[in-house]
Design a protein around this ligand. Structure first.
Ligand code: NAP
Length: 338
């Protein structure tokens, strides 16, 4: 049995808890948070032990994995402490707010010989996995361009998101999903980044709520990524993707009945149902992207393998999003920083 502790009982903490509770060979031995009443309520809902002292997790030899689901500005200190205590760490994206913090986390993982995985869950969504398989299978030929769109109402329910210093704003918090995916599909870092990242609607907060990011890859392929928090509260959370290649085009839209379509030569194909966007209670749990993501991390621990989004890999998307912010501030294209 792999003993696990989850830090944070908010949106992601409870999402991860539900997945951990279904995970074969794992046992959640504690849930940590700073507000005792809320912690106890969440812990009793999931049938796990509430732990208020972090040291009681770090010193517990039965706990091998610490899963960090707290706000982004807290990631670096919690991750480094857990890695130094000999725990494997799964941490929500974005891994950190700057590259110095990311490097501290990567160094702590290396020094202590522990796994560090950043939860870039898009790589585990069935429909996004299928698109990657189609690309890798050569169905589209050479990738020429990628367009990704992601948006919904601003996450005002958790005020820390609306503080640029704590969340990084829409570019670092939300666009990073598609930036990571574009890096995965294009096989590495972009060479140039040009972006416009602004506060369009939420003038009462110091936060970016709209990001338009263009990436140029060494192959010549171009990605255009838009992330949008400047939408009404009634707007459904929407994800769209199109990849164009020399031989075909694939398109994905989580708001349409056939979310995944491909055009190649003289053929048009729609993919369903295993590639449908996963919906709780509708599709079987093993299709849940969060379950798949955590399962991957567990397998990497058991088989001593490198997680697909380890610290080094996740640093690439953080560096790219930070370069996008820099580009927007300068009003000029920039290269991705080291
Ligand atoms: N993969 C995805 O699709 C996805 C989606 C959403 C968020 N995320 C990421 O997941 C992380 C958590 O986001 P979330 O939506 O779960 O946030 P959330 O709902 O606000 O939950 C944050 C949790 O951390 C606790 N917390 C707040 N401030 C803290 C502090 N200073 N020290 C320790 N605990 C603190 C909160 O409880 P108290 O305030 O009561 O202490 C709560 O339990 C972020 O990095 C976010 O970017 C990822």
């Amino acid at each position: 049995m792999i003993g696990v502790a989850v830090l944070g009982y908010g949106f992601m903490g409870t999402t991860h808890l539900a997945a951990w509770k279904m995970m074969e060979g794992c046992s959640v031995l504690g849930l940590w948070g700073r507000n005792r009443a809320k912690l106890e309520e969440a812990a009793s809902r999931y049938g796990v032990e509430p732990i208020t002292e972090l040291d009681n997790i770090l010193k517990n030899d039965k706990i091998e994995v610490v899963d960090i689901c707290t706000p982004t500005y807290t990631h670096v200190e919690l991750a480094v402490r857990a890695l130094e205590a000999g725990k494997h760490v799964l941490v929500e994206k974005p891994m950190a707010l700057n590259l110095g913090e990311a490097d501290r986390m990567i160094r702590a993982a290396r020094k202590n010989g522990r796994k560090l995985m950043v939860a870039h869950v898009l790589r585990f969504f069935p429909e996004y996995m299928r698109v990657k398989e189609l690309v890798d299978g050569g169905h589209l030929g050479e990738i020429t361009s990628l367009r990704a769109w992601r948006g919904g109402p601003a996450p005002e329910w958790s005020p820390w998101f609306m503080d640029l210093e704590k969340s990084g704003g829409v570019a670092v918090d939300l666009a990073i999903h598609d930036v990571d995916y574009a890096i995965w599909v294009n096989g590495g870092l972009p060479s140039r980044v040009y972006a416009k990242i602004v506060n369009l609607v939420h003038k009462e907060y110091r936060v970016h709520d709209f990001a338009l990011i263009t990436l140029r890859f060494p192959t010549g392929s171009i990605a255009v990524i838009e992330a949008n928090w400047a939408l009404p509260k009634t707007y459904p959370f929407t994800m769209k993707l199109e990849i164009d290649g020399s031989k075909g085009v694939v398109q994905l839209d989580n708001q349409t009945p056939i979310p995944l379509k491909m055009w190649t030569g003289d053929k048009v194909e729609g993919f369903a149902p295993e590639t449908l966007p996963w919906k709780p209670g509708v599709h079987p749990f093993p299709l849940d992207p969060f379950y798949r993501e955590i399962r991957h991390f567990v397998e990497c621990i058991i088989q001593d393998r490198k997680p697909i989004t380890d610290g080094e890999e996740a640093r690439k998307s953080l560096a790219t999003c930070l370069a996008a912010v820099e580009s927007s501030e300068k009003g000029a294209p920039v290269t991705v920083g080291g």
